[in-house]
Design a binder for this molecule. Structure first.
Ligand code: T5A
Length: 208
């Protein structure tokens, strides 16, 4: 498929790394510069994908890691086709809170699904981000942020510490394997500083 005229930015990282906060601030900076911005998230972003999200996050419904993988990709297929590709075709900047790297980190590195299975499904979706920001925060910061939010924990917030450690390793492995696309950023910086750094990198790399 040909490269669309928009710019596709993804934000990745562990629980409570600050992706949603950074996405909001980055969107505001880009809008202030006159760009059309589509801010969206995964799993989710369309009515069908949001319904799949509800199933995925509900820890009362048991799902094998492979079933979770397929549901994440089913949601992604709908989201990419209905929302992300059309926005990129219009020339928008798309900022997506989590994408395929989360499936690689959580379901493969964290939960043991075979990497080639996720690579094959990623290829089927056939849309690679232009830039991926991976936010890193120490475990204690992640825990205290989630605690201060006070919401009931979902399927993924209940994962055992050793699984969370493998997920962190997974994000590192992805960043190491694809340095031209992925940048690791310190998620403990103040949100304004983090968003300004992302904005500067987008400008340097894409001219937008
Ligand atoms: N998942 C997802 C998979 O397993 N496979 C997949 O393929 C995909 C796509 C989604 C879950 O699904 C899993 C991973 C996820 O667990 P979710 O609720 O969308 O569930 O979870 P998260 O994406 O982890 O979202 P969170 O809201 O939990 O974390 P964020 O977005 O990283 O953090 P944010 O911005 O909401 O901030 C959390 C708290 O920290 C504060 C905020 O005010 C907030 O209180 N904060 C900061 N404080 C200080 N400095 C900063 N820079 C701060 N940034 C945020």
């Amino acid at each position: 498929m040909s490269t669309p005229p928009g710019v596709f930015i993804t934000l990745e990282g562990g629980e409570g790394a600050g992706k949603s906060t950074a996405a909001q601030r980055l969107s505001a900076l880009l809008r202030a510069a006159g760009h059309e911005v589509l801010a969206t998230r995964e799993p989710g972003g369309t009515p069908g994908a949001e319904a799949i999200r509800a199933l995925l996050l509900n820890s009362d419904t048991e799902l094998t890691p492979m079933a979770q993988t397929m549901l994440h990709f089913a949601a992604r297929a709908d989201h990419v086709a209905r929302i992300i590709r059309p926005a990129l075709a219009r020339g928008a900047v798309v900022i997506c809170d989590r994408y395929s790297d989360s499936t690689m980190a959580y379901q493969a590195y964290g939960m043991g699904v075979e990497i080639p299975a996720i690579t094959a499904l990623t290829r089927l979706i056939d849309l690679t981000p232009d830039i991926t920001f991976i936010l890193e925060v120490p475990d204690d910061v992640s825990k205290s942020r989630l605690k201060s939010r006070g919401a009931a924990s979902d399927r993924y917030e209940r994962l055992a510490p050793e699984i969370m450690a493998r997920i962190t390793q997974g994000f590192h492995a992805i960043a190491t394997a694809e340095p031209a696309r992925c940048l690791l950023l310190d998620g403990t910086q103040p949100p304004e500083a983090l968003a300004a750094r992302m904005r500067a990198i987008i400008q340097e790399r894409t001219g937008r």
